[in-house]
Design a binder for this molecule. Structure first.
Ligand code: CA2
Length: 148
C-alpha cells in the first residue's frame, strides 16, 4: 500500500489560531502542518497537506489521491454538513478515509450534527482539538502496517 497520505482541509481553516480560539484553539494551520509533517516522517509516511476555501479543489485533490495515495485524512469543515459532491468523490477512493473535526460537532448546533462524509469515513475523530490530526496519522500508520 502506498505510504502517501493526503491531508485535506476545507473552508476557513486557514483562519485557525487567528479567530475563535475558544472553539478551535491557538495553533495556526501552519503549526498543524509542521507538526503533521514531523509526525508523518517518524511514522514513515509521506504527507501532502492542503487547505482550500473551494469545494471543487477538495474534489480535485481527492481525484488526484485515487491511484496514488494510501489514505486520505480530511477535515471538510462546513462542507461536512452540505456536500454530497465530496461524499461522491470519497466513494471513488478505496483506501482508508479518516474524517477529522477539531471541535466536537455533536456538542454544537444541530446543523453540525449530520456529516455526509461520515457515510464514507472509516473513522471519525471529533473534539480532540488539533491533536485529532495527529491521532488520524497514527491510525493511518496502524492500518498501513496491518497485513493485507
Ligand atoms: O471542528 C471542526 O474541525 C469543523 O470542521 C470546523 C468547521 C465547522 O464548520 C465544522 O462544523 C466543524 C469550521 C472551520 C472554520 O475554522 C475557523 C477557524 C478559526 C477561526 C474561524 C474559523
Amino acid at each position: 500500500m502506498s505510504r502517501l497520505v493526503f491531508l485535506l482541509n476545507g473552508p476557513n481553516l486557514n483562519l485557525l489560531g487567528h479567530r475563535q480560539p475558544d472553539i478551535y484553539g491557538h495553533e495556526t494551520l501552519a503549526d498543524v502542518e509542521r507538526g503533521c509533517h514531523t509526525l508523518a516522517a517518524t511514522l514513515g509516511l509521506t504527507l501532502r497537506f492542503h487547505q482550500t476555501n473551494r469545494e471543487y479543489e477538495l474534489i480535485d485533490w481527492i481525484h488526484e489521491a485515487r491511484g496514488t495515495a494510501g489514505a486520505i485524512i480530511i477535515n471538510p469543515a462546513a462542507f461536512t454538513h452540505t456536500s454530497v459532491a465530496i461524499l461522491d468523490a470519497l466513494n471513488t477512493f478505496d483506501p482508508p478515509v479518516i474524517e477529522v473535526h477539531i471541535s466536537n460537532i455533536h456538542k454544537r448546533e444541530p446543523f453540525r450534527h449530520h456529516s455526509f462524509v461520515s457515510g464514507r469515513a472509516d473513522a471519525v475523530i471529533a473534539g480532540c482539538g488539533t491533536e485529532g490530526y495527529q491521532l488520524a496519522l497514527r491510525r493511518v500508520a496502524t492500518l498501513m502496517n496491518q497485513p493485507a
